[in-house]
Design a protein around this ligand. Structure first.
Ligand SMILES: [Zn+2]
Ligand SMILES: [Zn+2]
Length: 330
């Protein structure tokens, strides 16, 4: 029987372990994907570090998957063997709960999440629900496409939620912000990038991708912001960002997990400022963003690791040593 390799999390706060397994057979509505690249997302770090409730263990993390369809199960339509495919975080939804029926499948009551409640892409092969996977056009480097599948998609959903204001702050300049800064600049917005204080390399990086200003998170931007998106998992940035947005401005929390938000005076929320969060993605978000991304001329900065280096990649992300996005190449 053909075998595959996967990096497996057996228990939170333990290193992933390389495992040899039989190549899975796709079931009804499923495709087998030969993984070409899988991005390393901060959410993976939260899974590995035990900061999210109810992972399925053992689990193969990874939800920014680019690969080729290697086999199709019964009922699959729209995918041919050998076709390039992207697999995101939203692995499946029930289709019948009030959220699914109301156009908010990202909030489904019984969702399946890739690399969290079903095995993901830190592997040579993975199985995905074809109805939640996306054909990827073109011949771009799979490593440079992988970060679009979550950093790009969640960034895009956060961006849409931030509204149409022209002055946009991005707090935390990691994989998502480095993509979104380019999209926003391409759309004529002014991007203000906030990094850890003194992180000159990250600030230079942000300016090189179109940010009109870059500075430390505690600095006051040269103009009041229409909106801010927080990608760093740091709750203290919520009051910081509220102080930076103008009347009616919105602060969008783009991550799945954040440290506690400290108390803050009501006056920084008053005047119809809003704090909102973004959860997951819908397939409509993905179709919209994956159509826009190729037009925006994005320069995706990736740091490549072999599959067996997944623990190193996670450590580099945890310690803030990365510029751009970490990607595993099996
Ligand atoms: Zn549902
Ligand atoms: Zn993610």
């Amino acid at each position: 029987m053909a075998s595959m390799q996967a990096m497996v999390l057996d228990a939170p706060r333990t290193p992933l372990v390389m495992c040899e397994r039989p190549v899975p057979v796709p079931g009804v509505d499923e495709i087998l994907v030969a993984v070409a690249a899988c991005g390393v997302c901060r959410t993976d770090l939260h899974v590995v570090d035990g900061e999210l409730e109810h992972p399925r263990l053992p689990i193969v993390p990874g939800h920014e998957i680019v690969g080729r369809v290697a086999a199709t199960g019964v009922g699959v339509s729209g995918f041919a063997i050998g076709e390039r495919v992207g697999v995101p975080w939203l692995g499946a939804t029930c289709g019948t709960c009030p959220y699914c029926r109301g156009g908010a499948e990202n909030l489904c009551d019984t969702p399946v999440f890739t690399g969290f409640t079903r095995d993901g892409g830190y592997a040579t092969h993975t199985v995905a629900d074809a109805r939640f996977a996306f054909p990827l056009a073109g011949n771009a480097d799979p490593a440079e496409q992988a970060p679009l599948l979550c950093a790009g998609l969640i960034g895009w959903r956060s961006y849409r939620m931030a509204g149409v204001g022209r002055a946009l702050g991005l707090y935390g300049f990691g994989a998502a912000a480095h993509i979104l800064a380019q999209v926003a600049t391409w759309q004529g917005r002014r991007v203000y990038a906030f990094t850890r204080g003194g992180d000159k390399a990250a600030q230079d990086f942000a300016r090189s991708l179109g940010a009109v200003w870059a500075g430390g998170a505690e600095e006051t931007p040269p103009e009041p912001l229409d909106a801010a998106i927080i990608f760093a998992p740091v709750g203290a940035l919520v009051p910081t960002a509220l102080r930076a947005v103008k009347k009616g401005g919105r602060v969008v929390c783009g991550g799945i997990h954040m440290s506690d938000i400290p108390s803050f005076p009501y006056r920084i929320l008053w005047e119809e400022r809003q704090v909102v969060s973004v959860a997951n993605l819908t397939r409509a978000d993905a179709h919209e963003f994956l159509a826009i991304a190729p037009k925006a001329g994005l320069r995706i900065e990736v740091v490549r690791y072999s599959l067996s280096q997944a623990n190193e990649a996670l450590a580099d992300l945890r310690e803030g040593r990365l510029q751009g996005a970490a990607v595993l190449i099996p």
